[in-house]
Design a protein around this ligand. Structure first.
Ligand SMILES: CC(C)(COP(=O)(O)OP(=O)(O)OC[C@H]1O[C@@H](n2cnc3c(N)ncnc32)[C@H](O)[C@@H]1OP(=O)(O)O)[C@@H](O)C(=O)NCCC(=O)NCCS
Length: 231
């Protein structure tokens, strides 16, 4: 279940992908990558701009092995999880306000992001600042803050497809319903944009699968994220 982005398309005999900025690594994302065999993949890779490149593929796809032989490393594994946008449970975090993100909060955002995303492979690969701090007005981008204005959590999703690519709550504010409230805010906006589903990648080793499962998301397949770093 890839996101239907329309980046420039690159093709070779028996292989193809589209190019876009990776949402989870400092790399060009090879979106919708397909290749008949190693030779077709080599012909495609020759046409690309310089690495770093990354790709998200099904864990049981032969591409995992083919990419591995060509210098790609797996940097994360996990489950794609999805649910309909209608009927997302409402948030109930006491004393917390949910508002659209503004770029003039970039500094506070980067601090919260560093705390919330520690240990998440996608954040390690993106580096800090991640670039999301310039995301005002792009897709559905909500933050949670307390009465003193401290930024405690954030969620970003693409519109209208509802792909949640960035979500975190600072450790000392977890288990108070903030994540749930952020998903509710994003869901409202995805619904208004006529999106039908929310989709997210639950990285192994994080609380994401437990959290998303509680919110009614179900697993739609296992994926690996692979990166070929700059030479
Ligand atoms: C995942 C994350 C955003 C959850 O945020 P949160 O504000 O703690 O979530 P909520 O308080 O709204 O949790 C809602 C429910 O999800 C479940 N849940 C959340 N964290 C959980 C955990 N660590 N273990 C088990 N269940 C969990 C619980 O059922 C919880 O309800 P409860 O507290 O009443 O039992 C947060 O843990 C986080 O930032 N993790 C690191 C970043 C990350 O993995 N991001 C990717 C997410 S797709």
């Amino acid at each position: 279940m890839g996101t239907p982005h329309t980046g420039p398309s690159v093709t070779a005999d028996g292989a193809g992908c589209r190019l876009r900025p990776s949402p989870t690594a400092y790399a060009v994302r090879l979106e919708g990558l397909r290749a008949r065999d190693g030779a077709a993949l080599d012909a495609l890779l020759k046409q690309l701009p310089e690495p770093p490149w990354d790709a998200e593929v099904a864990v049981d796809d032969a591409l995992v092995g083919l990419l591995g032989q060509r210098g790609f490393e797996v940097y994360a594994k996990g489950a794609v999880m999805a649910r309909p946008v209608d009927g997302v449970p409402k948030g109930h975090a006491v004393g917390i306000e949910f508002v659209p993100y503004r770029n003039d909060w970039a500094e506070a955002f980067t601090l919260a992001e560093t705390a919330a995303m520690e240990g998440v492979a996608a954040f390690r690969e993106l580096g800090s600042p991640s670039g999301y701090e310039w995301g005002e007005g792009q897709g559905a981008f909500w933050i949670a803050r307390d009465a003193k204005g401290r930024l405690l959590g954030f969620a970003h999703a693409d519109l209208p497809d509802g792909w949640i690519d960035w979500l975190g709550v600072v450790p000392d504010a977890r288990r108070q319903g903030i994540g749930r409230g952020l998903i509710a805010a994003v869901a409202r906006q995805v619904g208004e944009a006529s999106g039908t589903h929310l989709v997210a990648f639950a990285e192994d080793g994080t609380a994401a699968a437990a959290f998303l499962g509680r919110l009614g998301f179900t697993e739609r397949g296992r994926r690996a994220l692979l990166i070929r770093r700059a030479a």
